[in-house]
Design a protein around this ligand. Structure first.
Ligand SMILES: Nc1ncnc2c1ncn2[C@@H]1O[C@H](COP(=O)(O)OP(=O)(O)OP(=O)(O)O)[C@@H](O)[C@H]1O
Length: 253
């Protein structure tokens, strides 16, 4: 299968404090490479501090790498830290979606702003797109008149999906996006993820500590340890026969 998303030799260094007046370089991601196909899911797992969230930020364009490339459908969208800012095809959903919504805007206004800044749609086209997106994520059309505080936690996560989906992305990066939800709501959101993937061929990059979720959803898995890929492959094969000590440790927890 032709990869949809290809990550090549991505490196990221932070300048961290090393003493009162000194700073040192801390290599948080070293030579990260992997690829994933259209309609597939890949999980990024690893122990705390391994670099998972940093990688998620690089993929979504929230931060830039120092070197390496990110390619989408064989087109370079980030090259040695220079991002193609026109690329709206990778969107990110965080753990606490409610906190990132503007409390003073209704959901309809927020989605409308998103379309106004990023598309040439007229008012009628924007309205139509907002209604279609809300129903795609299992919300009511009337919910566009609601403010964020009027939603439950599970509904807020659906709003986050609506915000991510409204620009028709090809990849969604989920950084612990279902972890904080209680089990029944988590199951509903996971079912929504799977349905959206079936219907639209979305590709997911999922950062999570929930290995049962990885087993259930992910075709592929990347295991990070101290910023390096220590294992990468089909989830079933990696989980059945883990080669690295870190994967063995994660699976035994
Ligand atoms: N802006 C920053 N400046 C300096 N160091 C940072 C910065 N962001 C992250 N780090 C460090 O980079 C390392 C990786 O952080 P990251 O959040 O990517 O790990 P993680 O695998 O997502 O961890 P967790 O599972 O605990 O969320 C950590 O040691 C962290 O302290």
């Amino acid at each position: 299968m032709q990869p949809l998303l290809k990550v090549q030799a991505l490196c990221k260094t932070f300048n961290v404090r090393a003493g009162l007046f000194t700073r040192k370089k801390f290599e948080v991601l070293k030579n990260i490479s992997f690829c994933v196909g259209k309609g597939e899911s890949i999980a990024i797992i690893g122990e705390t501090g391994a670099g998972k969230s940093t990688l998620a930020k690089l993929l979504s364009g929230a931060d830039n790498a120092d070197s390496g490339q990110i390619l989408l459908e064989n087109i370079i969208i980030e090259d040695n830290g220079v991002r193609d800012n026109q690329c709206r095809h990778i969107r990110m959903i965080f753990q606490d979606s409610g906190a990132s919504l503007n409390p003073g805007l209704t959901i309809g206004e927020m989605l409308n702003d998103c379309l106004q800044y990023n598309t040439e749609f007229d008012t009628a086209q924007r309205d139509e797109k907002i209604d279609a997106t809300l129903s795609k994520v299992g919300l009511l059309i009337d919910h566009k008149h609601y403010y964020p505080h009027m939603f439950s936690v599970g509904q807020l996560q659906r709003v986050a999906f609506a915000r991510a989906l409204i620009l028709d992305p090809k990849v969604i990066v989920l950084d612990e996006a279902v972890s904080s939800l209680d089990p029944s709501i988590r199951a509903q959101i996971v079912n929504l993820l799977l349905k959206l993937q079936r219907d639209t061929g979305l590709t997911y990059v999922m950062i999570t500590h929930h290995l049962s979720l990885v087993r259930h959803i992910s075709d592929l898995v990347v295991v990070l340890d101290k910023g390096e890929v220590v294992e990468y492959g089909r989830t079933k094969e990696v989980f059945q026969n883990p080669q690295s000590k870190v994967t063995q440790r994660l699976l035994s927890c």
